[in-house]
Design a protein around this ligand. Structure first.
Ligand SMILES: C[S@@+](CC[C@H](N)C(=O)[O-])C[C@H]1O[C@@H](n2cnc3c(N)ncnc32)[C@H](O)[C@@H]1O
Length: 197
């Protein structure tokens, strides 16, 4: 998008809203939605403990919080135009706080790896469901995969956008070999720990 338009906030916002509301105009989705979100929620058990990497607008966070307690994290690092995923950083954060207000959610404004360092001694086998949806690079998702240690025996870990080349490469090298594929919908894959011998 033209850099001048990005600086004219009301205009840029109007364009983004138009794109979002009218399919086919190149709008960026705000998060997991529709049947894919239903699929995720169907695997998050009632009154469970959930962890999400990558909060964004907090849409998935809000949906998960209807079923249990959620720990979620996002450092909100904008590009040189002040945008994240094509949206103004301040708009994303404002909407996120609206979405989680009054919900059973703990939000960390930090990178996944930093939250991991803070919580690592306190999280062993604690979560029923983990959703990995942060930076979509091989090295980052590999770091995020450390959260799998925090799953309960029967806990599930989901990866979004596994069709993306770097995530796909990671999936083939780690979860596909080390865990049991439990369910798939579109490019979202859910894995379960292998039974301990
Ligand atoms: C695809 S969006 C998440 C969408 C959200 N899970 C949903 O379904 O509504 C990815 C988010 O990951 C965040 N992110 C980037 N680096 C991160 C990191 N190191 N740890 C956690 N989140 C990160 C980005 O700021 C962005 O908001």
């Amino acid at each position: 998008m033209n850099k001048i338009i990005i600086k004219i906030k009301p205009l840029y916002r109007a364009i983004k809203n138009f794109q979002r509301n009218w399919r086919g105009f190149g709008g960026t989705p705000k998060g997991v939605s529709g049947e894919e979100l239903d699929f995720l929620l169907a695997h998050a058990k009632q009154d469970g403990k959930f962890l999400e990497v990558g909060t964004a607008f907090g849409e998935t966070t809000k949906a998960l919080a209807k079923k249990g307690y959620v720990i979620t994290m996002d450092p909100y690092i904008a590009d040189e135009n002040g945008l994240i995923m094509g949206y103004y950083k301040e708009d994303i954060i404002q909407e996120m706080f609206k979405n989680i207000e009054g919900k059973t959610v703990s939000f960390y404004p930090l990178k996944s790896e930093d939250v991991y360092e803070i919580l690592r001694n306190d999280i062993w086998k604690r979560f029923d469901f983990i959703f990995i949806d942060g930076i979509h690079t091989y090295e980052d998702v590999k770091k995020d995969y450390r959260w799998a240690k925090a799953l309960k025996e029967d806990g599930l870990i989901a990866f979004h956008d596994t069709h993306m080349p770097e995530i796909n490469k990671f999936i083939k090298k780690y979860p596909d070999k080390e865990m049991k594929l439990f369910a798939t919908y579109g490019s979202t894959k859910i894995y379960k720990r292998k039974e301990e011998k």
